[in-house]
Design a protein. Sequence first.
Length: 51
Amino acid sequence: MPAEFGPWATVYGRFRVWRNAGVFSALLVPRVDTEAVDVCSRVPWRTATAP
């Protein structure tokens, strides 16, 4: 363990706190850009028609 991270027990303690708080699960959840989805849902799609 690099010295700048502190003792092994400290690093593990931080990991446990973050794991229990759901930090890692939140990082793995895909994020959806709700603004882009909203904009896309309002696009007036045209259907092809014969002249």
